[in-house]
Design a binder for this molecule. Structure first.
Ligand code: AMP
Length: 228
């Protein structure tokens, strides 16, 4: 299974990606997570992209394309994967098509999570993420067992700079500006499955499985996650 997840920030992309990873034993390729990891490690890439990410602006296509291409050129490249946050522009989709062709890989589907902007703002401002392991929670919808503390590694949860309302509105603007052409490109290939992301996470996941033509009764299997 090779999937691309498309959806605005706060549409539940991360949550659904995690579930798909477990259900189909996929590698999750999250470009946002890869950038945050590079920033935390103070790499050259991290230093270059940090100001953009803090302002809610997109990183330039060639930089993201190269980061993803580098991952797919590794001997242990992902073979079955869910792309979480890439491609995000038409130009990235063209670059990704070319990369997959070179690697003799093809996509099964593009899952398009749809949700109104105001709902996104409500959702994201309640999000709290772990700076150590990247897991995200929500003060109402997905609270951690101990308030303010990561369930997985115990670190103190934070409101990410790019989750502040002003930044969210800017990110939504960027998202809409780029996504129409991206989806048109994949619609022409009959790959897009539109999923209502205002539903509860279990319903969304069941609808994704249905759209992929898969029964939702099989047990979960192992998973892996990559970083830059
Ligand atoms: P995310 O966690 O996917 O919301 O990504 C966080 C931030 O990383 C975005 O707001 C962008 O600044 C940057 N980013 C992640 N993926 C991409 C991409 N495919 N193209 C450009 N910028 C990206």
């Amino acid at each position: 299974m090779r999937l691309v997840l498309v959806g605005p920030p706060g549409s539940g992309k991360g949550t659904q990606a995690e579930r798909l990873v477990h259900r189909f034993d996929l590698t999750q390729v999250g470009t946002g997570a890869m950038f945050r990891d590079a920033i935390a490690r103070r790499t050259e890439l991290g230093k270059a992209v940090e100001p953009l990410i803090k302002q809610g602006l997109l990183v330039a296509d060639p930089i993201v394309d190269e980061m993803v291409a580098e991952l797919f050129r590794r001997p242990d490249r992902p073979d079955r994967f869910v792309m979480d946050g890439y491609p995000r522009t038409y130009s990235q989709a063209i670059a990704f098509d070319a990369l997959l062709r070179l690697e003799y890989l093809s996509l099964n589907a593009v899952i398009n999570l749809t949700i109104p902007d105001d709902e996104v703002v409500t959702r994201i401002s309640g999000r709290r993420c772990c700076p150590a392991c990247g897991t995200c929670f929500h003060v109402v919808a997905r609270p951690p067992k101990v308030p303010g503390q990561c369930d997985k590694c115990g670190a103190a949860l934070v409101l990410r700079d790019d989750d502040r309302e002003e930044t969210i509105r800017r990110r939504l603007g960027e998202f809409h500006k780029n996504t129409d052409a991206l989806l048109d490109h994949y619609r022409r290939q009959h790959l897009v499955r539109d999923i209502d992301a205002t539903d509860p996470p279990d319903t969304i996941f069941a609808n994704i499985l249905k759209a992929l033509g898969c029964p939702d009764t099989e047990p979960a299997i192992g998973s892996q996650r990559v970083s830059a």
